[in-house]
Design a protein around this ligand. Structure first.
Ligand SMILES: Cc1ncc(COP(=O)(O)O)c(C=O)c1O
Length: 386
């Protein structure tokens, strides 16, 4: 397996030697992996999943791969939803069928394999729930002791999931940003590795498999013109972009789909930046969004997301709470898909993109179902949607 890579800052074009460095030594931006030589042979650790694609991966010894059979998630056609939007084709990619029921397993398998390769046996991470659950599962499999910092408002199902894997959970009564500060402080104080899924370039290597799979699963002539993501920190959005770019450079695809970002109106800093509006100051008195997975006010990779949107002609739009919950309900009733409110954000955003004529009637659209509805039922419990 090819391991010739460097850690690169896309913002100031600086390379970093240390493989454990999380941020650029010059400008403090998060790093990405840049391969200096493409992998020639593909190591297949299983018959399916992200380790069976042709994607270059930053792991030296295949014996260190920690896998739960993630990836290879089905792509299905959502015909009733497409018809309602006035579109001929909408695909859903069921990321909820990953081992811990969200796309986060893609990043966790690579990040934990890298940590195992380093010989580290105790890590710290902060999360709104899903990344914490994914990391806790893979770390359990690798026998790595794990601390997860999460807001106390995290859905109970996600908290239970983190606990059952044996991770030590540290709940913080403040908001999501406070958990990051607390996790970093705890890691520093105790000399532990801060395995941040938002900063780690290894995590993005896992989420890039999303793009490799789409190209493997759909014939080139039927590939989507547009992919729509619910975005908080942008780990799936940026990973997908990286995967599509690698595939384009390799000559495996001609065009990269337009990648769009959707956020909840109540927390939409990337949409504001993209529209050249000032990012509103975080107001702790504002009501919380039901899309707790993307309630991120300060994403470390926000500038990278905006750069990809700008350079690839994508769009960033926001949706209301009513639209999120209405769309979650509609997809369950009409398509049999039970997704998290956070995932429904992207489907709700499709309506907005069509209304603005950013997506044409004959164009194909793909939307990931990023997490299972069973992971977050709090919004349903408080509504009367029967
Ligand atoms: C279900 C779900 N979808 C989407 C996202 C957004 O991912 P990111 O913050 O990396 O953009 C999250 C993040 O936690 C999530 O849990």
């Amino acid at each position: 397996m090819n391991t010739r890579y460097s850690l690169h800052c896309r913002i100031c074009d600086t390379f970093t030697k240390s493989k454990t460095q999380q941020i650029c030594v010059k400008c403090s931006s998060p790093l990405q992996i840049q391969y200096t030589e493409q992998r020639k042979d593909s190591i297949k650790t299983s018959q399916r999943g992200i380790w069976a694609t042709d994607a270059p991966m930053p792991i030296t010894n295949p014996g260190n791969i920690v896998t739960l059979g993630e990836g290879n998630t089905p792509i299905i056609s959502l015909d009733k939803f497409a018809a309602k939007m006035g579109l001929s084709k909408v695909y859903g990619k069921l990321e909820s069928q990953n081992p811990t029921s969200s796309f986060k397993d893609r990043g966790a398998t690579v990040l934990v394999s890298f940590i195992k390769e380093l010989g580290i046996n105790e890590i710290v991470e902060d999360s709104s729930g899903n990344a914490g659950a994914a990391l806790a599962a893979y770390a359990a499999r690798a026998r790595i002791r794990t601390h997860i910092f999460a807001p106390s408002s995290t859905p109970q199902q996600k908290i239970q999931q983190i606990k059952i894997f044996g991770a030590i959970i540290h709940l913080d009564t403040n908001d999501r940003e406070a958990t990051t500060i607390a996790a970093q402080g705890f890691a520093q104080k105790n000399g532990l590795f801060y395995a941040s899924h938002n900063l780690s370039p290894f995590y993005l290597e896992g989420t890039k498999s999303f793009a490799y799979e789409i190209v493997q699963q759909i014939p080139e002539m039927d590939l989507p013109h547009h992919i729509i993501f619910p975005v908080g920190n942008g780990s799936l959005f940026l990973g997908a972009w990286k995967g599509f770019r690698e595939l384009q450079i390799e000559g495996k695809i001609k065009e990269i789909p337009y990648l769009h970002c959707v956020q909840a109106e109540l927390v939409s800093p990337i949409v504001s930046t993209f529209e050249n509006r000032n990012v509103p100051k975080h107001d702790i008195h504002k009501p919380k969004t039901v899309a707790s997975g993307i309630a991120i006010n300060k994403a470390p990779r926000a500038q990278e997301v905006v750069d990809v949107l700008t350079n690839n002609q994508g769009s960033a739009v926001s949706v209301t709470e009513q639209e999120i919950m209405g769309t979650q309900n509609e997809l369950a009733k009409n398509e049999g898909l039970f997704m998290e409110p956070t995932s429904a954000v992207a489907f709700a955003g499709l309506k907005n993109l069509v209304q603005r004529n950013l997506i044409g009637a004959n164009e194909r659209v793909l939307i990931p179902v990023t997490g299972s509805g069973l992971k977050d039922t709090s919004a349903i419990a408080t509504s009367d949607r029967g």
